[in-house]
Write a protein that binds this ligand. Structure first.
Ligand code: SAM
Length: 255
């Protein structure tokens, strides 16, 4: 493992991504969670229910007209805007905000999500933005592995799920899709939202070192170009802005 960057203290600087006004954040289900929604789900546990992931996320997207604003994640923009566009694989693309931004900058994007409703919205937005010919939308459960191919950029932004997410396996498989000389960008949650008690958080929170450990030998010999912890603003259901602590890793595969 190359690179000498150390995890830094959280600081406010990333524009983040705000959920659509009045909509829930990804940590707050629209309706009270029941055993029907997430069977056997337990706080802070990932991957408890393989096979129910698609059902869970599809239901969540159908509960709202729009879950995200459509804007790209601020950290993606900051880290990737200086890269020359080649091919990109966006894992857990949701309604496509990041994929559309990449396509708009000339990347040829393959974007994967398990929720058909999210992908339908993304594809519609791509047509409206005139970039439909540069994005391939795939409905696929990443627990079964990523699509084949080799990509100049692979992104996993907030690829968290309370069900069906063997994140370590998914991230290691994602690393194998990065072309020599390419970039892997992994961004995730390190903290619960500022207004929500940590113990009610149901997705496993990670540090950048946790993510590096999960990636393990899959990124041996790669350089660590970013290993960061930061605060991002997040709109609350009541419209006020809170924040949450996130982590980001940017790795480069040797040529
Ligand atoms: C928290 S959202 C993040 C969406 C987007 N990357 C963003 O930053 O706004 C997580 C996304 O991952 C998708 N997802 C969760 N588990 C998945 C799986 N096993 N396979 C494919 N997509 C999955 C969900 O449908 C959801 O759209």
């Amino acid at each position: 493992m190359g690179g000498s960057a150390q995890a830094k203290e959280p600081r406010a600087r990333d524009p983040g991504r705000l959920p659509a006004p009045g909509r829930q954040t990804d940590d707050e289900p629209v309706a009270p969670r029941t055993t029907d929604d997430v069977p056997n789900a337990v706080p802070h546990a990932d991957g408890t229910e393989p096979g129910r992931c698609g059902e869970f996320w599809e239901r969540r997207y159908r509960q709202t007209d729009r879950m995200w604003t459509g804007a790209p994640n601020g950290l993606l923009v900051r880290e990737i805007e200086s890269l020359p566009p080649t091919t990109a694989l966006d894992l857990g693309c949701g309604e496509g905000g990041d994929a559309l931004w990449l396509a708009g900058r000339g990347w040829r994007v393959t974007a994967v999500d398990v929720a058909p409703t999210a992908l339908a919205r993304a594809a519609q937005a791509a047509r409206a933005a005139g970039v439909a010919d540069r994005v391939t939308w795939l409905c696929q459960d990443l627990a079964d592995g990523p699509p084949p191919g080799s990509f100049g950029l692979v992104t996993a932004l907030f690829l968290h799920s309370p069900v069906g997410m063997p994140r370590g396996e998914v991230l290691r498989a994602a690393a194998a899709r990065v072309a020599p000389g390419g970039t892997l960008l992994v961004v995730g949650h390190s903290g619960a939202p500022s207004w929500q008690p940590r113990e009610t958080w149901y997705t496993r929170l990670t540090t950048p070192d946790d993510v590096l450990a999960e990636l393990g030998g899959a990124v041996a010999g790669w350089s660590v170009d970013l290993r960061d912890v930061y605060e991002a603003p997040m709109s609350r259901p009541n419209g006020q802005v809170g924040f949450r602590v996130e982590n980001a890793l940017r790795l480069a595969r040797p040529v």
